[in-house]
Write a protein that binds this ligand. Structure first.
Ligand SMILES: CC(C)(COP(=O)(O)OP(=O)(O)OC[C@H]1O[C@@H](n2cnc3c(N)ncnc32)[C@H](O)[C@@H]1OP(=O)(O)O)[C@@H](O)C(=O)NCCC(=O)NCCS
Length: 169
């Protein structure tokens, strides 16, 4: 128990130590890398979700986590009325649980503070929804200081209700 925990932590540190967080520029390869990561996460992103991610990556900002030239995670973000909107965040399936999502979130937080934004908001599936994969997703947000502030009914047929989570800065 003790040794496997120790191994896990040192593996995390190696990944995160060598990792760079890079703000993507329009037209560079990172948009395609981000889409590829999202396409590999079918339990979280269905066809509607993937289509939205593609559109949002065109209109919004993108930051990526890169290690030895390989893109391992991304966050798509934007700001609105003094609030940072975390539009999408995802980490390549084989690299979950290694601190990459936390590093991306910290970058977004630092960026929001630099621009004097009040908070970060993100939408995700409600706690009331029993769909298993998003239980871990909500745990990620709650553990990182987000609290639930609203429930939004789906506006389009075939879409899911969402909750709004917020982290005050
Ligand atoms: C949610 C996500 C971005 C978190 O990034 P990550 O790099 O895996 O997370 P970190 O290593 O920084 O943090 C680990 C914590 O996140 C939580 N977590 C969330 N999803 C996880 C997953 N699929 N695997 C492992 N841990 C996960 C764990 O509770 C873990 O905390 P613990 O070590 O106390 O158990 C990533 O797992 C992911 O891409 N999930 C699928 C897509 C998704 O849910 N995107 C958000 C849509 S709203």
């Amino acid at each position: 128990m003790q040794s496997s925990d120790g191994f896990y932590r040192s593996k995390c540190l190696i990944i995160v130590d060598k990792m760079e967080i890079i703000r993507a520029k329009r037209g560079d390869r990172y948009v395609d890398d981000a889409l590829k990561i999202a396409r590999g996460l079918k339990e979280w992103f269905n066809e509607n979700g993937l289509k939205s991610i593609e559109t949002d990556l065109f209109f919004d900002n993108l930051v990526v986590a890169v290690e030895s030239g390989e893109t391992l995670g991304f966050a798509c973000y934007s700001s609105y009325e003094g609030i940072m909107q975390l539009v999408w965040i995802a980490v390549e399936r084989n690299h979950h649980g290694m601190g990459i999502g936390t590093a991306l979130l910290k970058w977004i937080e630092d960026e929001a503070r630099t621009h004097d934004l009040m908070s970060i908001q993100v939408e995700t599936l409600p706690d009331e929804d029993s769909y298993e994969p998003y239980k871990l997703t909500r745990k990620f947000y709650y553990d990182n200081g987000f609290t639930r502030i609203a429930y939004k009914k789906a506006r389009l047929e075939g879409r899911d209700d969402q909750i709004v989570l917020e982290k005050k800065l």
